[in-house]
Design a protein around this ligand. Structure first.
Ligand code: NAP
Length: 287
């Protein structure tokens, strides 16, 4: 039997509706959530992502502060801009679109954003809190993965989860989120020996390699839940890391590409920005 589709587009629409309602409530109390998005350079894929974020902000009633900087911008100029956004009370969340030009140190940029405005969850303080299991701003893609699993009633506790990919923005944090929900987690990467042997043990398999068709049907246990994070642009459109047509015949649940984790990531960004605005509103009420 073919796997059930975990429909990130539909679930993200539900999240956006909730965000819109909570944003309206906040606005009625005089606080309009504001998200700043900074793009340095003219990478075409980044331009698409930034436009999607601006549109998403408009749809839920956020103020968006778009900052487009040329590729020649030096690090100090970018850090100065972030400083200004940090101290702007209308801006509750700040996101700097990656990748940055090579002459800018992305770690320094991540550290420059005030942790409470760090809606990407990349600041070392937020990463540390995530690692320690303390309430924090969770990074959007990993948060979207777990949100989608929970929406579909997938039990994580006690399950064997295998994450393929160990990046700071997807692989490592999603491993931590799954661990925090009591999965037994294995993290794989390009030096993992006998990858199929490991992935076949997964009850929940998350693929985040950026390499199309890394995961074929012979690598998936019957009935496993498969999450495809990968996005590769090809002439025929976006494709994921999972051989969808073959794997859907083996898995119990699967995410499509597009329409899976991509829309969930944007929805979680809105949720994080809303959370930042709500926290700001309640702390100003206490003052
Ligand atoms: P990344 O930084 O390039 O990391 C890729 C990871 O996959 C690395 O840990 C790498 O191992 C591992 N890997 C690569 N090839 C492998 C193979 N054949 N077998 C096992 N492991 C392999 O990428 P990323 O930023 O995590 O993104 C991963 C994918 O997700 C990309 O396609 C990206 O576009 C997509 N993405 C999607 C969203 C979304 O919203 N849907 C958000 C973020 C990222 P090493 O560490 O050993 O090199």
């Amino acid at each position: 039997m073919s796997a059930a589709i975990m429909d990130g587009k539909a679930v993200s629409a539900l999240v956006r509706r909730e965000v819109k309602e909570r944003a309206a409530l906040l606005a009625s109390k005089g606080v309009k959530p504001g998200l700043a998005v900074v793009l340095v350079g003219d990478d075409p894929a980044s331009q698409v992502y930034v436009r999607q974020k601006e549109k998403a902000c408009d749809e839920v009633g956020f103020a968006s502060f778009m900052r487009y900087l040329p590729a020649s911008t030096d690090e100090k100029e970018l850090l100065d801009l972030i400083d200004g956004l940090n101290s702007d009370p209308a801006v509750h969340g700040i996101l700097v679109q990656l990748p940055l030009p090579k002459h800018i140190d992305k770690d320094r940029v991540a550290e420059a954003i005030r942790p409470e405005k760090d809606v990407d969850g990349f600041h070392p303080i937020n990463v540390g809190r995530l690692t320690l299991g303390i309430e924090t701003m969770e990074p959007c893609t990993p948060k979207g993965i777990v949100y989608l699993l929970e929406h579909y009633g997938i039990d994580i506790e006690g399950k064997r989860a295998v994450v393929v990919g160990r990046s700071n923005i997807v692989g490592k944090p999603v491993s931590l989120l799954l661990l925090s929900r009591n999965a037994t987690v294995t993290v794989c990467h390009s030096r993992t020996k006998d990858l199929p042997d490991v992935t076949r043990q997964a009850d929940i398999l998350v693929a985040a390699t950026g390499k199309p068709k890394t995961i074929g049907s012979s690598m998936v246990k019957g009935g496993a839940v498969v999450v495809d994070v990968g996005i590769t642009r090809t002439q025929s459109g976006l494709i994921g890391d999972v051989d969808f047509d073959a794997v859907k015949e083996v898995a119990s649940y699967i995410t499509p590409v597009p329409g899976g984790i991509g829309p969930m990531t944007i929805a979680m960004l809105l949720l994080n920005a809303l959370k930042a605005a709500e926290a700001c509103a309640s702390s100003s009420m206490r003052r």
